[in-house]
Design a protein around this ligand. Structure first.
Ligand code: E4P
Length: 214
């Protein structure tokens, strides 16, 4: 499973890119607003930092309008993936973009039926949202179950669409994404920074440092 960074903040991407383990980046309009730069500028800078798929989300609109915006971004850099909202217009746009050889990531996916529509349209990626689904259902595993079901269906029918587990809020979601068989987990900076931590690692290091002085 690959790890993507779910952020548009350039300083965060700069830092995580140096770890050598981040294979791509996802953004959305909220993350772009939080970054303080335009989508255009974010794509310019992120593509220089990470050599892997970078999702740029188009505004919800008619299929024609989304296709027009998608063509502009896809022409900028070979790594830009067009993030399309899960609507009927979005499905139409994905069908057409697939035929044009433009990579897509269908976002705001919360059910197997939505994932099946996106995959049938030829989406390169689908993004089921773990955190928001858990929030809605007030459970801790609704997101996990949807990712697992999508994975089973894609395997059974041989869909090539890759699953990006999104809306990850904590380490348990990263674990669930892996156990459910997601191809990618897109992880916010705050959670990425928690992944290498363990109280016993800190304790072990402290003891080794002390003993190495003896
Ligand atoms: C990424 O593709 C999604 O847009 C993102 O993970 C959504 O996260 P949120 O539910 O925390 O806003």
């Amino acid at each position: 499973m690959k790890l993507f960074a779910d952020t548009a903040i350039i300083s965060e991407i700069e830092e995580v890119s140096k770890w050598g383990i981040i294979a791509g980046v996802t953004t959305n309009p909220t993350l772009i607003a939080r970054s303080g730069i335009s989508l255009d500028e974010a794509m310019n800078q992120i593509t220089k930092l990470i050599d892997g798929p970078i999702s740029a989300e188009v505004a919800e609109a008619s299929a024609e309008e989304m296709i027009a915006e998608a063509k502009v971004y896809a022409a900028k850099n070979k790594n830009i993936v067009i993030k399309i909202p899960m609507t009927m217009e979005g499905v139409k746009a994905v069908s057409r973009l697939t035929k044009l050889g433009i990579k897509t990531n269908v976002t705001l996916v919360f059910s197997t039926s939505q994932a099946i529509m996106a995959a049938t349209a030829g989406a390169t990626y689908v993004s089921p949202f773990l955190g928001r689904l858990d929030d809605l259902t007030k459970t801790t595993d609704a997101g996990f179950k949807v990712v697992k079901d999508i994975k089973d269906i894609f395997n059974t029918y041989g869909f090539k669409t890759q699953i990006i587990a999104a809306s990850i809020r904590h380490l348990e979601h990263v674990d669930q994404a892996m156990k459910a068989g997601a191809d990618i987990a897109t992880i916010p900076y705050k959670v990425l920074k928690e992944m290498d931590k363990h109280v016993l690692t800190d304790d072990g290091l402290r003891r080794f440092r002390e003993d190495s002085k003896k």
